[in-house]
Write a protein that binds this ligand. Structure first.
Ligand SMILES: [Mn+2]
Length: 566
């Protein structure tokens, strides 16, 4: 699909003169990210652990939660953690488990929610905890929507502390305490913490509690940050404000982590401690830690993060690798089948696909359909007792508006935001749901070409090591702080050759006519695109900058993102 390039408007000379020490390209990128004043720029370029984190006691119920947990330690109560099965849930659960152990909770257990059944707490778990005489349940990355289960627990004498970051439901659960920055009457100043971020704030408060007399509490706190970095990036939280500081310091900790599960997982996918970046977490580590929640057992990633036995850790890492491969194969196979069914140019504005699919993969498949067909997509998997569904859309579309026109009685559960939906339908309403969905699409859908946001147009001669260093100061990249994208126009395509095992990639040699500079670029998965080009063509290229080690030599690597004829 051809993309429209949107090049950010250029900053003026006055601004460049105001910040003479900052590379003007870096300044332009900061400006594009809406970081404009001296104070904002300094805060962004120089993460600070002390001033960059808010006090955990800004959460409305933090004091209450801490007091309750301190009491549980003193009275040797039984405490149970309930968490979600994805990466955010697993890291949050592991972080909370380690913290509670450190502060002296002896009778401690932990559960991951079975996604197949439902998110968060279940009646089953509550019943079991009553039998086991549990006194306190702490939820991680979940709980805010579990009104009935929490009511039941509280009624029968189990206190529940909810730590979550999902949107406030219509009715807040009657929990003992709720820690969730998204809850409206909570004044916590930063709204975009991950589930693991909220768990970390509780850990911070607990470890600093005078009554618990924790030695080296600040060091213990910092060693938890590897988990925070992973959960925050993989859960697609905006890497701004407090998250930027947590992830910045989290990556420093992670690159010297003592967590055996992480060390072996990294090693298995050729990530070297000392050089692991945010992108590695997003694209390499994340899929592997997410996969058990999709097609394996819900607690597998959590167990890996808590395991200290080398032999069993090896087995767990191998199993994640196997599951990840299986996940890739399944998605490929499903997509092939679906694409065959709906053809090349479907007439529907919102794609609705229905098939007997693994429910943990629906979101991934919907996302691929959005990429392929450039329209909102909903994937349904009808089973006898329920119909699992997942929707994805590109920027500019709003599922929440779609939902306004659909009866909520059709659903067992429903959650999501503008561009992503997850739900479970009651099977008897499947037909009418699809019908009502069709009615909404007419007035909601604007077909637009996908856009590519480009930070700055440059000459090839502008690229040097000082720029690469400047770009590194913008790390960690992630949501709301994407890896910078550059464009150079009117290049001569001097040569290009197929590379890679199957010749899928291309190596390009281009020449800047103005300066006479030559540059090599790599263009992944480009065998189809490059068929339309020949040597000598005039081209515009959008690319990213990074580094690569080649024969022991560090070199600047330019990675093509898009190419056009000039
Ligand atoms: Mn989460």
């Amino acid at each position: 699909m051809k993309k429209i390039w949107q090049i950010s408007s250029q900053i003026n000379k006055g601004l460049k003169n105001k910040f003479p020490k900052i590379n003007p390209v870096v300044l332009q990128i900061l400006f594009n990210r809406d970081i404009k004043t001296k104070k904002e720029i300094e805060k962004f370029l120089f993460p600070n652990y002390k001033s960059g984190l808010y006090s955990p006691f800004l959460f409305r119920d933090m004091k209450k939660a801490v007091n309750r947990i301190v009491r549980a330690v003193k009275n040797k109560e039984r405490v149970v953690i309930c968490t979600d099965s994805d990466t955010d849930g697993a890291t949050a659960g592991a972080l909370m488990f380690k913290t509670l152990k450190k502060i002296g909770v002896k009778d401690l257990d932990i559960y991951s929610a079975e996604r197949e059944k439902q998110y968060g707490l279940s009646e089953e778990i509550i019943k079991k905890q009553l039998d086991l005489k549990t006194n306190l349940i702490i939820t991680c990355d979940s709980g805010i929507s579990d009104y009935n289960e929490i009511k039941k627990a509280q009624k029968q004498g189990i206190d529940v502390i909810v730590t979550d970051h999902h949107v406030e439901p219509l009715k807040l659960p009657p929990a003992f305490a709720i820690l969730n920055p998204k809850v409206e009457n909570d004044d916590y100043p930063f709204k975009h913490l991950a589930g693991v971020g909220v768990a970390f704030k509780l850990a911070q408060a607990l470890l600093s509690d005078k009554r618990l007399k924790i030695k080296n509490n600040k060091a213990i706190e910092k060693w938890l940050l590897d988990l925070v970095a992973i959960g925050t990036i993989v859960d697609h939280m905006p890497i701004i404000d407090e998250n930027r500081n947590l992830v910045h310091f989290g990556l420093i900790v992670l690159n010297q982590t003592s967590n055996l599960g992480l060390r072996k997982l990294f090693k298995n996918i050729n990530l070297t401690l000392g050089s692991i970046k945010g992108e590695d977490l997003a694209f390499r580590v994340g899929p592997r830690l997410n996969v058990p929640g999709r097609i394996g057992y819900s607690n597998e990633s959590l167990n890996l993060l808590l395991d200290n036995d080398p032999l069993s850790v090896d087995k767990k890492v191998e199993r994640l690798e196997m599951l990840n491969k299986k996940r890739q194969d399944l998605v490929k196979e499903y997509l092939k089948k679906i694409v065959k069914k709906i053809g090349k140019n479907p007439k529907d504005n919102i794609l609705v696909v229905e098939d007997n699919l693994e429910s943990g993969l629906l979101g991934l498949i919907a996302m691929r359909l959005v990429e392929k067909y450039n329209r909102p997509s909903i994937v349904l998997s009808p089973k006898e007792k329920n119909v699992k569904g997942s929707g994805r859309a590109a920027k500019g579309f709003n599922f929440l508006q779609v939902l306004k026109n659909i009866n909520k009685e059709y659903f067992f559960d429903l959650g999501g935001h503008k561009r992503a939906l997850g739900f479970t339908l009651k099977p008897e309403f499947l037909k009418v749901f699809k019908k009502e969905l069709r009615k909404t699409e007419k007035f909601l859908f604007k077909k637009e070409k996908p856009k590519l946001k480009i930070d700055i147009e440059m000459d090839l001669g502008d690229i040097d090591w000082s720029l690469i260093e400047g770009l590194d100061s913008l790390r960690p990249f992630g949501v709301h702080n994407p890896k910078p994208l550059f464009a150079t126009k009117n290049l001569s395509l001097s040569n290009f050759t197929k590379v890679g095992k199957n010749g899928n990639h291309n190596k390009l040699l281009v020449r800047d006519e103005n300066s006479g500079d030559f540059s090599k670029m790599i263009y992944f998965s480009s065998s189809k695109v490059m068929k339309d080009y020949k040597k000598g063509d005039k081209v515009d290229i959008a690319y990213r900058l990074g580094t690569n080690i080649w024969n022991g030599q560090k070199e600047i690597q330019m990675t093509v993102v898009d190419i056009k004829k000039s």
